[in-house]
Design a protein around this ligand. Structure first.
Ligand code: C2E
Ligand code: CA
Ligand code: CA
Length: 312
């Protein structure tokens, strides 16, 4: 199927000469491609500003990798049964020398477009695994969950890279869980399934992140080796109002448990929410109520904490 993306620049507003008109038409065409292809966009000056900002972000990201401006924070995931931390999730942060702290949702999508996600993702994996080994050696072990972008599955070397990082850091595969989104499972699903399966066969856990926000296909749950479903925070936020959100969480729990899959609720911000989820037999809880994402050095003291949750 052939599609067309068209950019339009109009004389004299968008340029006095051919070169300038073509340049702006090209910028408009780029925008047409960005907005899903197969459409027409007319040039406006804000498109140039956006383009410049994007290019700046791209080159800044490259510098950030080279100069070590990224760091990881870790958020506990609490086991409902024991009230103790079961694992932690690694979350990336970027401290830009001028702009300050840039949240991941402001640069990960861009890194997925400019291709830097492979390098950033590998850095995250290596850093998180090294941190997990460091805690283990200090006598305070915690399993590590790492987010993988769907784009990382485009690399035919992903599986090999993950195994290499485990070998280099000497982290046991059972101490690592990879969080993937439904988008990952939809793209080239035969290859992805094979990669996930062999990672899982090696002992690495696979979690399905943000469940309930996308297609929430039940087929994935049976076809893919998913050991943990993470219920998106939007359902937890509205849980206590009852109604739809509660019904959805109960339904996810029922399906997951009948398939033998663990369920983690994200975005737990209050004791009331935690208790309600415990009463529904949710396996694991994560959210500001237990802890914000914190520096690696703040995790060991939290490991001795026990939260009391009432399951009725
Ligand atoms: P996510 O994987 O769903 O991560 C959970 C997000 O929810 C985190 O946002 C976390 O700080 C936030 N959160 C935790 N507890 C609560 C709570 O109680 N209430 C609310 N409202 N939010 C809570 P963060 O760190 O800003 O990350 C946002 C997203 O960026 C992540 O969503 C993930 O999709 C992506 N991301 C973060 N780090 C990485 C990474 O290393 N690699 C990739 N590929 N993506 C990452
Ligand atoms: Ca996640
Ligand atoms: Ca999530």
């Amino acid at each position: 199927t052939v599609t067309t993306s068209v950019g339009i620049a109009i004389y004299p507003d968008d340029g006095d000469d051919g070169a300038m008109l073509l340049k702006h038409a090209d910028t408009a065409m780029y925008h047409a491609k960005q907005t899903g292809r197969d459409n027409v966009q007319v040039y406006r000056p804000s498109l140039t500003r956006e383009l410049v900002q994007r290019m700046e972000l791209d080159s800044n990201m490259r510098i950030a990798l080279e100069q070590g401006q990224f760091h990881l924070v870790y958020q506990p995931q609490v086991d409902v049964g024991s009230g103790r931390i079961r694992s932690v999730e690694a979350l990336i942060r970027w401290t830009h020398p001028v702009r300050g702290l840039i949240p991941p949702l402001d640069f990960i999508p861009r890194a997925e477009e400019n291709g830097l996600i492979d390098e950033i993702g590998l850095w995250v994996l290596r850093t998180a695994c090294a941190q997990a080994v460091q805690w283990q050696r200090a006598g305070t072990p915690a399993a590590m969950a790492v987010n993988l972008s769907p784009l990382q599955f485009r690399s035919p070397r992903l599986q090999q890279l993950v195994m290499e990082v485990l070998a280099q850091t000497s982290l046991a595969p059972g101490m690592l869980e990879l969080e993937v989104t439904e988008g990952t499972l939809m793209e080239s699903s035969i290859v992805t399934r094979a990669v996930l399966k062999s990672l899982n066969d090696a002992g690495i856990g696979i979690a399905l992140d943000d469940f309930g926000t996308g297609y929430s296909s039940l087929a994935y749950l049976t076809r893919m080796p998913i050991g943990n479903i993470k219920v998106d925070k939007c359902f937890v936020g509205g849980l206590l109002e009852g109604g739809e959100n509660e019904a959805i969480v109960r339904a996810i729990l029922a399906i997951a448990h009948s398939l033998g899959t663990r369920v983690t609720a994200e975005g737990v911000e209050s004791l009331e929410q935690a208790n309600a989820l415990a009463a529904m037999a949710c396996d694991c809880l994560q959210g500001y109520y237990f802890s914000q994402p914190v520096a690696g050095s703040d995790i060991p003291p939290l490991l001795s904490r026990q939260w009391s949750l009432t399951e009725a």
